[in-house]
Design a protein around this ligand. Sequence first.
Ligand SMILES: C[S@@+](CC[C@H](N)C(=O)[O-])C[C@H]1O[C@@H](n2cnc3c(N)ncnc32)[C@H](O)[C@@H]1O
Length: 238
Amino acid sequence: MTILSTQDVNNRQIQTKCAELYIVGDKMKFFKDYYPISIPQGILFYPCTGLDIIEPIELFADTIREFHFADLIPFTLPSIPKESLLASSKIIKQGYLNPKLYQIIIDVNNKYLTINWHQTDAIKVLEKLNNISVFFYRGDSIAGSGSWIYWLGKELLPKILTKIVNGGLIITDGSNPDEDYKIHPWKELYLHSQLGHFSDNRIITPNNFTYNNRCFTCLGPLGKRYGTVYAWKVEFSD
Ligand SMILES: C[S@@+](CC[C@H](N)C(=O)[O-])C[C@H]1O[C@@H](n2cnc3c(N)ncnc32)[C@H](O)[C@@H]1O
């Protein structure tokens, strides 16, 4: 029998609440309303974004000032639900800084957010970015219109980790690990999605783990994309 600590019980209650909030389609809240932890200063980076920009901005509009999205397609603003925090935001400035970078500055509740849209290979964008406090990645695949890029694979994940600040977050549904996905020490990031949903419908709850001198703590679910999206806190273990 497993004996749970008070912290475990609290975490599980928070997790259930978060999942429920998304299921009933409640008004979008900030990430901190689901997981009240401090988020270190830095940027949000979301490679292979497609049209999925509204929720990441809403979740972190209170803490992050600089957002970077990367996709091969030109910037397209998806329709903003009227109850969205962004529906009442004001565009202060927008335009191309160069042929591959579209920038929009918006005023959300008197805070200026800078949204950068890199219309180029997201791997090249990653190389240029630093101080990532949120790495956001979901809804991608190695089929059809997916990027076919192994963002959670053995080449890219270590690179991403070098860019994430201590205490930063990885928010992912576990899209696109590489072909060795069953053996990687970081497999907890994606097994729930790769095995649980596409293979035999097992429900897999991720466990905390350490890898690359970092402790990965699963804070809990944050909605669904291709399987459950989980939020992970990544802290240096030394
Ligand atoms: C399946 S869509 C996922 C969109 C989004 N993540 C979502 O959840 O809706 C994959 C996206 O990756 C983009 N993509 C493909 N190759 C890419 C690359 N090398 N760099 C950046 N984006 C790329 C495609 O244009 C497409 O928008």
